[in-house]
Write a protein that binds this ligand. Sequence first.
Ligand SMILES: Cc1ncc(COP(=O)(O)O)c(C=O)c1O
Length: 405
Amino acid sequence: MFDVGRIRADFPILHEAINGHPLAYLDNAASYQHPRTVIEAISRYYEHDHANVHRGVHTLSHRATEAQERGREAARRLLNARSVREIVFTRGTTEAINLVAATLGQSLRPGDEILISHMEHHSNIVPWQLVCERSSARLVVVPINDRGEILLDEYHRLLSERTRLVAMAHVSNALGTVNPVAAIVAAARQRNIPVLLDGAQAVAHQRVDVRALDCDFYAFSGHKMCGPTGIGVLYGREEWLQRLPPYQGGGDMILSVSFSGTVYNELPYRFEAGTPHVAGAVGLGAAIEYLEAVGLERIEHYEAGLLAYATEAIGAVSGVRIIGQAAHKAGVVSFTVDGIHPHDLGTVLDHQGVAIRTGHHCAMPVMERFGLAGTARASFAFYNTTAEIDRLVAALAVARRMLQP
Ligand SMILES: Cc1ncc(COP(=O)(O)O)c(C=O)c1O
């Protein structure tokens, strides 16, 4: 049984009052809230185990190293990666993508192409624009249809002998579309083209198996899955990570340094220069353990129910247009209300304790595709309830009365 009441009791912040109302937190695509186990794991680490990692012979340094590596093993388990050598800690999805862009990007030549989709988050657009500028490679964009789905025929047409990498969202943050990543990867692999999947919006919502997906890189952020900010993961297939040049130079990424040359460390440390975010890795590990205990299959099933309920309830509000109606969606409802600016809507909702995101959601090309400056977006986690969706709908009615001309 999925007992959402019991789950909610694990999240202290869900019991906050906001502007005199109980909080209805429906901004999970931006960042998740944290169960007590994650908060306690981080404070336990600082109270009992903190020191620098890999550097000391003393007990605390060993404890800190072990704590960090437990987080890495949890991330390996979450993704079903073959080895912890394939799990690189980063600051988040953004840095993970930048890491691939900065390293793999060094081999790009004029005329080479990077293939992305029209629904990418800015963090899966701008890093590629930067490397394309430097190398005179070309950024090629796969179009989407009016429901917000990738046009697979176009994808197949645009894949070519010039394509050096396919970089696509697993799940779109702005539309909620779950992309057909298995088909995307299979077509690229036939041509020996590596694939990076941006999993920022996927890992907390469904079981992800990088071996089954057969992708070469997979990126996600801790804070979008009940973990802390400032920590994320780049999964890289070991053969790929072995081939890539170092990302940043500094301590921990080396085996030996002399002025005549430096020998780089083994994987994954070769990509982790400097003192890492140890407490972040600890919190990430605790978040993964929490998600595993709830069960990702059960989370996916429960959230599908929330999405269906919200799509119907929000869609029934007069003047609402839902943006993103893909056949396969995760728990995101992006919408506009006739005659009301999304920011005004968000402000009125906040006064009633309902937290949603408004604006372009760091996906301006998607907004442009739909002829919009922005949308309001409700995004769900497994700790949300249909009662919170009812509160959102009631708050929309208030906003319409107040704001519609
Ligand atoms: C699909 C997607 N990719 C990338 C990111 C960037 O994540 P972060 O800011 O944690 O690096 C986000 C954040 O909203 C996202 O939704």
